[in-house]
Write a protein that binds this ligand. Sequence first.
Ligand code: GLP
Length: 628
Amino acid sequence: MSNHSAAGTFEKVPTLIFSSSGEAASVLAAEVAALIRTKNEAGKNAVLGLATGSSPVPFYRELIRLHREEGLSFAKVITFNLDEYYGLPSDHPESYACFMREQLFDHIDIPASNINIPSGTVSSDQVFSHCRDYESKIDSVGGIDLQILGIGRTGHIGFNEPGSSRDSLTRRITLDRVTRQDAASDFRGEENVPRFAITMGVGTILRARKLALMAWGENKAEVVARAIEGAVTEAVSASFLQEHGDARFFIDEGAASELTKIKLPWLVGPVSWTPRETRRAVVWQSFKAKRPVLKLTDEDYNEFGLSDLLSEQGPAYQLNIRIFNQLQHTISGWPGGKPDADDTYRPERARPYPKRALVFSPEPQDAIVGMGGTLDRLVEQGHEVRLVSMTSGSLRVADSEADKFASTLLELASNADDPSAWRRQTEYAREVLRILEEKGEFGEDPALLRHLKGLVLRGELRDAGHALGIPAEQVVILDLPFYEKGRYRRFQVTDEDVKGVTQLLRDFKPHQIYATGDAADPSSVSALCFRLIGAALKACEGEDWASACNLWLYRGKEKPMEPHEIDMAVPMSPVQLERKSRALSRYAALSSLESSASEANRQNARHYDALGMAEYEAIESFHRWKRA
Ligand code: GLP
């Protein structure tokens, strides 16, 4: 952990950066434990403000561990949750009340009467008094000692969407479009996400004596930087933490990646100029100056605060050529290596040819989103490509898909010459329709329904694979148990999951692996899958194929790579981009980020063009994954 809240940085609020969310969670949980004990020893209750979402999950797991293993008691703890979806009853699986029971309350000794969560079902005419009572209740127990917070991509704390004033109190609000998009997978589609919520106000939150905000993964990096370094503004409610006096951000390296001291360290202090950092600085400077790398001058380096780099590695002319060549060498239309070509400066080795390429997709659409064009090239260039979806993706499939299947089956049966021969199928279809009816729009899917939905996605993946020339027998769905047993934001992996991946690696013995999830929120499916691949590779350490295997990282729906991070840039022609879009169109449910994959690929190409490289239609980018 590094603590860089000191003067000389751009941070306006103390910020603790940790190498993992687990590490951050234990530090914060230990503080909370100390707070509870101190308050209790003084004969008082400890009052905690709690948050939902995936960010606090590791923290809650650590609190549960402290309770079980170190006797931390919550008998004298009073809690207030930040918010609740308006319209959801407390037994709805996506209600925050349910989330809190599952993630914390059911596993500790807190008395039910000490738990406070805004009600999602209070009638419209009671909302005002309910909110007022919530405020008074907080005051009546002496106020909140420590408020836990997450941050939404709109910069909200609780559900204080942009525009919430500094003095706002507990109230009903309308959810922002971005917030609803981010919750779409929880509710199987944006259209199902509630439109309103009841949330503590910014003013309510700022009344707490201490604030601790947690954020993980690169997708939060931009908004975290705005909250920590930007102006205090209603447009980013988390920026009000700067005015609190005892607020801290607990973030991981991914979420810290847009902070000035990480992104542009030369503006903050002395830098050790590693090759990657040098490339980052030159690329940044070229964008800033709006001139290609080879046209940067000594004066530019000085003007952009890079005189230090210039004196260490200049003059500009030589430094420019070096970085230009490095960037140039990342470009390759031969992701599997170009057979019989000199591979000294190519990202991937020429031999063996053909290669066995194993492409991991956390959910069935991820690999197509992140590297559809590259898949197409690998196949075209004669490699043996195996496309593996690690999970079934069944949680993404809308009820209407299952309904469509069951209704078609019933229709087929009723039109058959001998309907009695279809008895079993008819029973199955009726059962599906009955379950759909019974569980309602947002209810938990029982195994039979999840299985059917998994099959629907399996079909979509096969279709997408087909559009890219991958034969059906090379398309594998692992159906990892962690996914089948869990829900979004709350998955837990076990050894069984690692075994499944290890087995697959040993069977295929790949020369190349493509994976994603390194930059994702640690509780997301892609981050969990990434960690499983890491664990499985560890289990295979020392095996011949494993030591010779190259590992490539791509980005699925996460923030695209920046040019200095790219080790292999695979150009795409307009035709290939079209083929990728066609493959993506096979999926019924894509998030807005996923369906804009082609635009992200075009953006990569524009970046390379601006740096002075050849101008392509689009580029898919990869980072070399160096094993620890
Ligand atoms: C919701 C919650 C917030 C939470 C945010 C981020 O909007 N109301 O309190 O901080 O989600 O969620 P996550 O931690 O899953 O990214």
